[in-house]
Design a binder for this molecule. Sequence first.
Ligand SMILES: Cc1ncc(COP(=O)(O)O)c(C=O)c1O
Length: 455
Amino acid sequence: MLTYDMEKRGRLPRYEYLCRCIQADILAGRLKSGSPLPSKRALAEHLALSVATVENAYAQLVSEGYVLSRPRSGYYVCAAEELPAPPVPPASSAPSALPRSAAEEREGEKRERAWKYDFASNRIDPRYFPFSVWSRLMREVLSYGGEELLRPSPFNGEEALRRAVSDYLLRNRGIAAPPDRIVVGAGTEYLYALLVQLLGRERIYAVEDPAYRKIAQVYRASGARVAPVRLDGQGVRPDLLEKTQATVLHVSPSHHYPTGIVTGFTRRSELLAWAVRRQGYVVEDDYDSEFRLSGKPVQPMQMLDTAGRVVYVNTFSRTLAPSMRISYMVLPEQLMRLFREKLGFYACAVPVFEQLTLAKFIEDGHFERHLGRMRNIYRKKRDEAVRLFAESGYPLEITEEDAGLHFLVRLQTDLPDEEVRRLAAERGVHLAFLSDFMAESDGASHCIVVNYSGL
Ligand SMILES: Cc1ncc(COP(=O)(O)O)c(C=O)c1O
């Protein structure tokens, strides 16, 4: 019987550690090709694990191509010539490339160099993606989906996914969003472009300044004009917004990226009143709101909207993986009608297989469990990253560490941001600055945006 010391798993989940042990035995030839693996129940008893843990480990081995599952027979090691290449060691054990020239620096950023600390990349931690559950659900969808899988999706996405999102939004964000007012899209940037087609490119789109750069880029690339509006401690400044000719405002009131600002009730009401007066719309981008790590979750602005002026947008890029390219928006009733008339000819851009797998993932409770687990993991990472900066000995101030998967570090320095970036890069540290997110900047924000989730 296979025997492994589960105490040695460190921070790895049990199923993953078991999967890696079996994989190592297969690659080393200790488990011969074609030989059967013990039954799930027998191995679970032998290692004092739950059957579900062994099942997840086996499912992972099947999905990675090390093991074959034969219905009503069991699990078998794949033939040697069919085995995948051994996994590449993690980046942390690869030699780090230090130091580099400024020109190489920029090139390197593009090629994703092996940074010692990468605080600039806004990523998830890939070690915790629920691969085994995902592959099991995908297999279930493929096995039982039948003809439905081969039919084109409705323009606004699979009913099953819209239903699952609708239930999730009600449970977690208090949003009443009937499935027929939800539109599924291939990432929020895809939805921003659809919104311009829906609302019209002749409108001016006000965006927060600073903000996630792609928002303005997509609006401009879609032919619309953009008006960046500076923020104060509450979010977009209404006096500056009033001075623009904008009729659409794109905001993240529950959690602004990258400043972490939360817009309070009074300011939200002012912005909504502005939208009603201008007969315009507010696009509420709720990115990252799931990862408020302390305090109560902030309610979405959409809940205050009685006039049908708020479009709610969110994505699975942060909560699952940016490679998923699945997002959704909730449209007010009259906009949904317009969408159907004007843009209902489009095919939904997300493959049906992925939509149905995600629907099951949410329905079966995996999504909320994953969020809970990731909140704990990210909280620990944040504490560690805050400690690193606080104990660095440099004069600095740390703010917004409770909002989303980043915080801000204000440096007491006269050096331009570019110079600090260069000095840090020489030491293998990748930094992003608040000035990188501003429409216009003198490059002297002296404020680092510390993304810690992918560390
Ligand atoms: C405000 C905001 N919205 C959306 C996204 C990304 O969404 P997607 O990957 O679905 O395009 C980001 C990524 O940083 C963001 O900052």
